[in-house]
Write a protein that binds this ligand. Sequence first.
Ligand SMILES: Cc1cc2nc3c(=O)[nH]c(=O)nc-3n(C[C@H](O)[C@H](O)[C@H](O)COP(=O)(O)O)c2cc1C
Length: 216
Amino acid sequence: MQSQDLSNYRKSYEKQELLEKNCPEDPIEMFRDWFITADQSETVDEANAMTVSTIGSDGFPKSRVVLLKKYTYEGFIFYTNYNSEKGKAIAKNNKVCLSFFWAGLERQIIIKGEVEKIAENLSDGYFESRPDGSKLGAWASNQSEVVASRQELDERLKKLEKEFENKDIPRPKHWGGYLVRPISIEFWQGRPNRMHDRIRYTLNDDFSWTVNRLAP
Ligand SMILES: Cc1cc2nc3c(=O)[nH]c(=O)nc-3n(C[C@H](O)[C@H](O)[C@H](O)COP(=O)(O)O)c2cc1C
């Protein structure tokens, strides 16, 4: 294949600006404002899709997309398989990074934080709200393990469908939520001439936040 040159891919970001005077004291309020805008924007599909990066025991970072299911003043919650590659990485190193890129709004948010499992009853509550198909999927998939074939997965699901016919489907103990408690949140707004706005909130020991502007 010929090499593909993308050096002419260039876009000027001109939609909005981000000024300190418009930044609230608490970055979660800022996050809420940006999230609602993204959620209501026709340019953004799945505003709650975010990249979560972990450091594996092999020393490599790995990023993958998961869905943000809740955010509060405490932090950001997503659900997954605790035995997955990310689950194993988190068990060894609870420092993670979340990021959102909403291209249509020319906005990016980068969150560094420490992650912990949420309480079992909270995971139960969320699992209960999922459709049966998703519940069985959580049982059927040993997430991140090698599987022999697609057929093997489909057969496992079929077997579970029979097993749980007309029965309540409990949450597998290895499936649940993680809460990411932020220690820094950076808001990035694209601007013309690559002079983007970057405002970073850093958590202090007394739980107040320091706000800094970063060079683009
Ligand atoms: C839009 C989108 C949403 C996803 N949401 C989730 C999710 O909420 N939880 C999850 O475990 N995986 C989700 N995935 C799959 C993950 O990207 C990933 O394949 C999976 O979690 C296994 O990752 P790991 O092997 O690195 O642990 C999603 C993928 C996409 C593209």
